[in-house]
Design a protein around this ligand. Structure first.
Ligand code: DQA
Length: 146
């Protein structure tokens, strides 16, 4: 099983940015945590973070038919990007939307998620554990399709 883990803008600033909202764990330790979790389960990961919408679109397109699932925290682009929604629809890869914070309890402008329509599930407000839950969901999803 192969999974693409995609993180959008400012996720590289974890640990520094608004720790009361996003926690004190930094990006490197988030990646180490996800990587260990995947290694223990024999799952191959491709991990990418970008502050640029087009780079995220490219990564989704390039993953076409190469991965079994996508764990995606589009960060602020969640609330603005039709291009990311269209990219996910184009490849049709099972995708789980992840947010570290509980976006449902935040500002009005965070209540819209364009990508959600193309995702099999959304995990929001479970901190960085949400990424691990997303991996589990993709594994279960793959099993259910066999
Ligand atoms: C976020 C929530 C978004 O609203 C915000 O723009 C982010 C991070 C989260 O992980 O909680 O950058 O996706």
């Amino acid at each position: 099983m192969k999974i693409l883990v995609l993180n959008g803008p400012n996720i590289n600033m974890l640990g520094i940015r608004e720790p009361t909202i996003y926690g004190k764990e930094n990006y490197a330790s988030l990646i180490a945590k996800i990587q260990n979790y995947a290694n223990e389960r024999g799952i191959e990961l491709k991990i990418l973070q970008s502050n640029h919408e087009g780079v995220l679109v490219d990564a989704i397109q390039e993953s076409y038919k190469k991965v079994d699932g996508i764990v995606f925290n589009p960060a602020a682009y969640t609330h603005t990007s039709v291009a990311l929604l269209d990219a996910l629809k184009a490849v049709g890869t099972p995708t789980v939307e992840v947010h570290i914070s509980d976006v449902s309890k935040r500002e009005d402008f965070r209540q819209i998620s364009y990508v959600r329509e193309a995702c099999i599930a959304t995990i929001s407000g479970h901190g960085t554990d949400g990424y691990l839950e997303a991996i589990d969901l993709l594994v279960e999803h793959k099993k259910s399709k066999k």
